[in-house]
Design a protein around this ligand. Structure first.
Ligand SMILES: CC(C)(COP(=O)(O)OP(=O)(O)OC[C@H]1O[C@@H](n2cnc3c(N)ncnc32)[C@H](O)[C@@H]1OP(=O)(O)O)[C@@H](O)C(=O)NCCC(=O)NCCS
Length: 200
């Protein structure tokens, strides 16, 4: 059995967030559709296959790219609909004003330069300008670099979820802990088993 602990965090977009500058000169922007194919090799290194990139695009997910001197240094994905989180074993049900960010990846040679905090800061401003009020992320409890980023940008921890992956069981047993209520709204199980939860 594999046990996984995930911590959910959120940023309140109605409050002022710290703008964390990177140590690198960055150009940060939403990726265009043609760039998803042009950067297929880099996206694969970041853990997203071309087929998965296409699926995400078709589902309306938005990739955010950060470049330094025309070199892609970071990618991050934004989702605006409810979705199944396989590494947690829950469906994250988003309200219309909520966004979820995942698969943040700074290419190894550019880590430690505050690229990720700067991209997060950009996303929070961008989402706020579009009328969103909350951005949600989750982090594996052992991912110390990512935990450091959430803290630096002022994300608030909201929920801790324990997932027990058992041989022979397609979905983990999930412990939502004491703070079951409140944001984010998490439901154990896949959305396809609960069609009413899928609003995308
Ligand atoms: C997590 C991640 C996105 C952080 O990106 P980043 O642009 O390096 O962010 P930062 O520069 O703010 O560094 C964050 C932490 O990484 C660690 N770090 C610093 N230099 C590093 C280096 N050269 N290599 C690896 N990690 C380093 C430090 O713990 C740092 O925190 P600190 O500055 O408070 O000490 C990046 O490490 C990454 O892509 N990891 C693999 C994918 C991943 O885990 N994504 C998050 C999923 S939730």
């Amino acid at each position: 059995m594999t046990i996984r602990c995930n911590i959910f965090f959120e940023a309140d977009l109605l409050q002022a967030d710290p703008m964390v500058p990177s140590r690198l000169p960055l150009t940060i922007r939403p990726a265009r559709f043609d760039e998803l194919a042009a950067f297929a090799r880099e996206l694969t290194i970041a853990g997203t296959s071309p087929a998965e990139v296409l699926r995400r695009h078709q589902q309306g997910e938005q990739a955010i790219f950060a470049f330094t001197r025309n070199q892609l240094v970071h990618v991050r994905w934004l989702v605006l609909r409810s979705l199944w989180l396989p590494d947690v074993g829950v469906t994250l049900q988003l309200a219309p004003s909520e966004a979820y960010a995942h698969n943040e990846f700074t290419f190894p040679e550019f880590r430690g330069q505050r690229v990720s905090p700067a991209v997060k800061s950009f996303c929070l401003q961008w989402l706020r300008s579009l009328g969103y009020t909350r951005e949600i992320v989750h982090v594996h409890a052992a991912n110390f670099p990512s935990l450091a980023v959430q803290k630096r940008v002022g994300y608030r921890p909201t929920k801790t979820v324990w997932s027990f992956f058992r041989p022979g069981h397609p979905e983990p047993f999930v412990l939502l802990g004491a703070r079951k209520r409140g944001s984010p709204f998490l439901v154990p199980g896949r959305p396809m088993l609960r069609p009413s939860l899928v609003n995308g």
